[in-house]
Design a protein around this ligand. Structure first.
Ligand code: PLP
Length: 390
């Protein structure tokens, strides 16, 4: 039997081959899917490797191991959504623990943190983490956990993970990085000093818009054990079938990311030159304020970007009515291109004030660039933008 579970040297090989041809029963090349919720004990007081599906599942564990290796962590916990992955870290905090989060984080993350803080489960402070002085001042409050999201959703702001982690460590804070927007194919936060990496596996890791899932990867083996135990306590485990689909999607992660970011770069250049576009947010553009940091800490610039239309909300309406090949939908990271209007969709619950503070205007549109032909995507955008001139 080929053992593809041994240390595999390169991340591309892990995504393609981890767990392949490792089935002891029939030599199945594709890893089997174990749906059973419970497992027979070998005898009285003799559990086997698995006893109950909330605590552990072979298919879920295979995905966890593959992802942990990709991120360079000691282990991973696969959860039912990106939100439950974040909450695995948040719900472990105690009432006097402070979480420091970005002021422009994903709207659902802000909603979760505020909800936990409102109920007295922890306290939370939102700060512009690209403002060094504001970040340093916030660290003086001795946060237990610093949450970083880079590039941020939806403005694609980039922060220096290694620099923020070094500073956070001086006050004893743990560092978690939401790596959803780039995936480990492009950014590996643990190598930059993070204690945890959080994912909405719903996005690039699965890549096919047919699973809601999440993961927390921890750098420290002791933390992996504690988080695994906590996931069992709160019951946040991901479903086996979702894990199996996510592992299958992850097989092509590198190939997808490579192609999707080429498309994104072409679109960013196109939008930057278009007269009805006021501003483009894409770290791959040399005009982007985070370009230098992104070039250093990322292996590419990803396939997410956002842009502002000069004509405000009426232009947004016209664009959405006429654009082709970009489906108006929440989410991101799939093989198909999507367009979202953060103010009325992904970031609606943030409220007007928090959106204004984060710089998320009503004329901002976010694109998740897929695998379609570059020429079709550019032609589809051209139709939407032409409508904005009317
Ligand atoms: N983190 C980021 C950066 C996201 O964009 C999202 C969802 O869009 C989440 C977390 C939450 O993930 P899920 O929708 O899988 O719960």
């Amino acid at each position: 039997m080929t053992d593809n579970r041994i240390e595999l040297p390169r991340p591309e090989t892990i995504t393609a081959a981890y767990g392949v041809a490792a089935d002891p029963a029939f030599g199945a090349v594709a890893p089997p899917l174990y749906l059973s919720s419970t497992y027979e004990f070998a005898g009285f007081d003799e559990p086997r490797v698995y006893d109950y599906g909330r605590a552990g599942n072979p298919t879920r564990n295979l995905l966890a191991d593959a992802l942990a290796k990709l991120e360079g962590g000691a282990g991973a916990i696969i959860t039912s959504s990106g939100m439950s992955a974040l909450d695995l870290l948040v719900s472990r905090q105690r009432p006097d623990d402070l979480i420091l989060a970005p002021h422009d984080c994903y709207g659902g993350t802000m909603r979760l943190l505020k909800a936990r803080a409102d109920r007295g489960h922890c306290s939370v402070r939102f700060v512009d983490q690209s403002d060094i002085a504001a970040y340093a001042a916030a660290l003086e409050e001795f946060p237990a956990l610093v949450l970083i999201e880079t590039p941020s959703n939806p403005l694609m702001r980039v922060v220096d993970i290694a620099a923020l982690a070094t500073k956070a460590r001086t006050v004893g804070a743990k560092i978690a990085v939401d790596n959803t927007f780039l995936s480990p194919a492009i950014q590996r936060p643990i190598a930059l000093g993070a204690d945890y990496v959080v994912h909405s596996t719903t996005k690039y890791l699965n890549g096919h818009s047919d699973v809601i899932g999440g993961a927390v990867v921890a750098a420290d083996p002791a933390e992996v054990g504690e988080l695994r135990q906590w996931a069992n306590v709160v019951g946040s485990a991901g479903a086996p079938f979702d894990s199996w689909l996510t592992l299958r999607g992850m097989r092509t992660l590198f190939a997808r990311m490579e192609r999707q970011q080429i498309n994104a770069m072409a679109i960013a250049h196109y939008l930057e030159r278009h007269p009805v576009v006021a501003k483009v947010h894409y770290p791959g553009l040399s005009s982007h304020p985070g370009h230098a940091i992104a070039s250093r800490q990322q292996r590419g610039f990803g396939a997410m970007l956002s842009f502002e239309l000069a004509g405000g909300v009426s232009a947004v309406r016209q664009f959405i009515a006429s654009v082709r090949f970009f489906t108006l939908a929440e989410s991101l990271g799939g093989v198909e291109s999507l367009v979202a209007h953060p103010a009325t969709m992904t970031h609606a619950d943030m409220g007007v004030e928090a959106r204004a503070a984060a710089g998320i205007s009503d004329s901002l549109l976010r694109l998740s660039v897929g695998l379609e032909a570059e020429q079709d995507l550019l032609a589809g955008l051209a139709e939407g933008l032409a409508a904005c001139r009317d």
